[in-house]
Design a binder for this molecule. Structure first.
Ligand SMILES: *Cc1c(COP(=O)(O)O)cnc(C)c1O
Length: 406
C-alpha cells in the first residue's frame, strides 16, 4: 500500500475503506446523505471554504494548539521522551470542536438553518451547540434520559448556548436510542437541516468528513514536532472511542517511518461488558448505518460496553480504523480504567495538566511506551481537558496519592 496517495484513494466513492464503511440506511436517508456527500466533495476543494475554516480555527478556536514536551513525566518514566499535542487548549477544551465547526460551515454553504445530532456524555452536544451559536443556527441535540440525568452540567451548557435538548425516553434511554431519534428527526427535516455526527463513524460521508476536519491536529503536530526537535517522533498515539481524534492525529503520519498506535479502553476486564476495546475483541458487523468492527452478543445484537471514560464507551469503531488495523499500519493497544487513572494523576501532578479521562488512556500508553523503550520519543494526542472528570475521579478513586509512585 502506498500511503503517499492513501488520502486520495480512501474512502472510495461509495465510502468504503476496503471492506468497511458504506451506507446502510433507509432509501430516503440515502438520498439526503448523498446530497451531503456531493456538497462536501465540491466545497472542501473551494478556496473560499478552506480560507474561512482556517480563519475560524485561528481566531475563534485558538489554533494552532501547541505541542508540549513533558520533561518531568519523561524523567519519571526513565526512557523515551513524552510529548503531547494539546487539544485540551482548543476552544471548549477538546478536539470535538474541530469537526463541529467544519460540519456547521458546510451546513452554512448548503443553506441549511439547523444542526441536528445525538450526544452520549454531552461533549459532542456542547461542541455542536457552540458551533451553532457561532453561525447563528438552530441546534437540536437528542440525548437519552439516563444520560441527561448523569450529565447535568453539559445539559446546562447546551441550553446556555441556545440548543434544544430533546430527551429520548425509549429503549435503554442512552446513546444508541439518541442516534435513532436524531436520525428520525433528520429524516423529517433534511431539507433545511444537516445531521452532524459526533465521531468518525456512521454512514458515508461522515467517517471521511470527520477525519478530514480533524486532520488539522496531526498536520499541525507533525510540523511543530519537527520544528522543535529536527526529527519526526518514533511513535504517535491517540485514544480511540469512535476514532475521530485518532484519525485526525494518526492519518497525517501514515506515509512516515513512524509507529502508530490507537489506544482502546480496556475498562475493568476482558469479558464482554467489562470494556470497549472493539478492535481487540470485536467482530465484523453492520450497525448505525455502516460496516465495521463491533462488540456483539452471540445473537449479533449490540453488546454492553464499559469504560470509566464515557467518551470511549462506544460498541463500535470508525471503518477506517478497522481497515488500517487489517493493513497492519496502525496497531491497536488497550489501557484499562486504573492505568488511565494513574496517568490522570501523574500528568496532573508532574506537569500541571489535568487530562480528560479519555485522553488519559493515550497518556497511559505513552507512559508504558516510555518505560519499555529506552530511547526515542512518543507524541500522544491529549484530546481534551479533565475538568469534567474531577468530581467523579475524586469520588471513585480518592485524592490520588496511591497512584503517584513509580
Ligand atoms: C469524545 C471524546 C473522545 C473520544 O472520541 P473519538 O471520536 O474516539 O476521538 C476522546 N477524548 C475526548 C476528550 C472526547 O471528548
Amino acid at each position: 500500500m502506498d500511503y503517499r496517495t492513501y488520502l486520495r484513494n480512501y474512502p472510495d466513492e461509495k465510502g468504503y475503506f476496503g471492506p468497511y464503511g458504506g451506507t446502510f440506511v433507509p432509501d430516503k436517508l440515502k438520498e439526503a446523505l448523498k446530497e451531503i456527500a456531493e456538497a462536501y466533495q465540491t466545497i472542501c476543494h473551494s478556496a473560499q471554504f478552506i480560507n474561512e475554516l482556517r480563519r475560524i480555527r485561528r481566531e475563534f478556536q485558538g489554533r494552532p494548539t501547541p505541542v508540549y514536551h513533558c520533561e518531568r513525566l519523561s524523567r519519571l518514566m526513565g526512557g523515551a521522551q513524552i510529548y503531547l499535542k494539546r487539544e485540551d487548549l482548543n476552544h471548549t477544551g477538546a478536539h470535538k470542536l474541530n469537526h463541529c465547526m467544519g460540519e456547521a460551515l458546510l451546513a452554512k454553504y448548503m443553506g441549511r438553518k439547523k444542526l441536528i445530532a445525538e450526544t452520549g456524555a454531552g461533549q459532542h452536544g456542547v461542541a455542536l451547540a457552540t458551533a451553532a451559536a457561532y453561525f447563528g443556527m438552530e441546534c437540536e441535540i437528542h440525548m437519552g434520559e439516563v444520560d441527561i440525568a448523569k450529565q447535568a452540567p453539559n445539559v446546562t451548557r447546551m441550553k446556555v448556548l441556545g440548543a434544544k435538548v430533546v430527551p429520548v425516553s425509549f429503549g435503554l434511554k442512552t446513546l444508541k436510542e439518541a442516534v435513532d431519534s436524531a436520525f428520525e428527526s433528520y429524516l423529517e427535516h433534511y431539507e433545511d437541516s444537516i445531521y452532524c455526527i459526533g465521531s468518525a463513524v456512521g454512514p458515508h460521508p461522515f467517517p471521511q468528513m470527520v477525519r478530514d476536519f480533524q486532520m488539522v491536529v496531526g498536520i499541525e503536530a507533525r510540523e511543530q514536532f519537527a520544528e522543535m526537535t529536527g526529527f519526526l517522533p518514533d511513535a504517535v498515539c491517540a485514544c480511540v472511542g469512535g476514532g475521530s481524534n485518532a484519525a485526525g492525529m494518526l492519518t497525517p503520519f501514515l506515509a512516515d517511518p513512524v509507529d502508530l498506535y490507537g489506544v482502546e479502553p480496556l475498562g475493568v476486564g476482558t469479558r464482554l461488558g467489562e470494556h470497549a476495546a472493539t478492535l481487540t475483541y470485536g467482530r465484523n458487523g453492520v450497525l448505525h448505518g455502516f460496516q465495521s468492527m463491533f462488540l456483539l452478543n452471540e445473537d449479533d445484537s449490540c453488546a454492553p460496553v464499559y469504560s470509566n471514560a464515557s467518551g470511549l464507551d462506544y460498541p463500535g469503531v470508525g471503518p477506517e480504523h478497522a481497515f488500517l488495523r487489517d493493513q497492519g499500519r496502525i496497531r491497536y493497544e488497550a489501557a484499562g480504567d486504573v492505568e488511565a487513572v494513574e496517568a490522570f494523576y501523574k500528568l496532573s501532578r508532574y506537569e500541571g495538566i489535568i487530562p480528560a479521562l479519555e485522553s488519559a488512556h493515550a497518556v497511559a500508553f505513552a507512559m508504558r511506551y516510555a518505560k519499555e523503550n529506552k530511547q526515542g520519543a512518543i507524541l500522544a494526542n491529549l484530546s481534551g481537558r479533565g475538568d469534567k472528570d474531577i468530581d467523579y475521579i475524586i469520588e471513585k478513586y480518592g485524592d490520588g496519592e496511591r497512584y503517584l509512585g513509580e
